[in-house]
Design a protein around this ligand. Sequence first.
Ligand code: AMP
Length: 439
Amino acid sequence: MFSTKYLKNILKISHSTFMYLCSKLSFMSFKDLQLNRPILRAVAEAGYDNPTLVQEKTIPLVLAKKDVIVSAQTGTGKTAAFALPILQQLFDKQDASKRGKKIRALVVSPTRELAVQIDENFQKYCTYTNLRTTVVFGGTSIEPQIDILKKGVDILIATPGRLLDLHKQDVINLDFIETLVLDEADLMLDMGFIDDVKKIERLCPKEKQILLFSATIPYKVEQLANTILTNPERVEVAANSSTSINVNQVLYYVPKKNKIELCLHLLRNTIKGSIIIFRRTKFGVDKLEQTLLKNNYKVVSLHGDKTQNDRQAALNQFKNKEVNILIATDVAARGIDIDNLDAVVNFDLPNIPETYVHRIGRTARAGKTGTSYSLCSADEKPYVATIQQLIQLQIDVIEEHPYPLDPKAKKEIHKTPGKSKYKKGRKSESSKKKKKRWY
Ligand code: AMP
């Protein structure tokens, strides 16, 4: 193989032009990104051969100390896109004066699970450096977090509420922040964290690098970026509207009242391996979980009303393969690195077609095959049309099953005059209390 230096010399081009060409031709390696040895070693140990597109585009900009807005979804390798260059910068410029460590990079994440996941990534990539990282989030005891912070860390990953709490208690000093990362900014704003985010930004020094990552860039994210970023560069890794050719997609038309029976039927006869079942509501997730447990399936669930410990335990059990079924709402599962699934079940069809693409993209990763099963009741038929329009594909309909939907069936209407279609007490007590958390 030709060395990078050799190629640059014979082509008589600068390093940045070379990087640009590499990214276009996609034969860039992590070495070409000018990462140093301890980081390259950790990356090799993680099993990464080449940088992903978002890494190719983002890492040079971060190393050049630019503010960057990156629009990329989970699964694109976006965490390493900011973690690797941040580690490199901190590693290269260490405080010689051994006076306790100062927090120099801060990553703000909307959800606790995502914060834990980002910290796991940093831990993995900093194995061969002397840099220290930790994560703080709410819903769990603050004391152990204070103990770790007092020992000193270089990188802090935090959810907004707990971060401000710890700052108020004078445990965290943000005066030395060099890089601030706002991850999943759109979700952060959806969850009502805008004021917290602005406050956190103001608590950091004026002169700093800001990296904003967001799956989508709606107007409110653009507005936030305009107020706090300086001449940002933009990286866009196109939202994937094409579904992986390795995902076998099938569709079952079924009356709403028979969805649970059909789901049980499919689990008994058709769907095997590690499975994620998506439902639209927390109530729906709980209901299906109870039914599957009663039928002796090994199942855990994920939604916003669960305690932090329950959520983390559920994720661990699923990732460690102690259970093979995870039921989740879209937002609770968002940003979480659960992939390599054998099957995705759309128990409820999403009303946003991109969500369908996102859901089924969790299976059939890295050249493997997987299947998505969508259960469609009469009222969800319009969703199938918009999904098929987006993916430019007709999803195979399976007609042979025990609970077919009458093709003429209309939307099922609950007709008790003067009464809500929802059962009394449908919302759990904790759900009613936590008005702010809607996912
Ligand atoms: P993320 O989008 O950051 O959640 O990353 C999704 C998954 O991709 C994680 O499991 C990472 O470990 C993995 N990953 C990140 N970068 C690479 C790479 N360059 N090559 C292979 N896998 C990667």
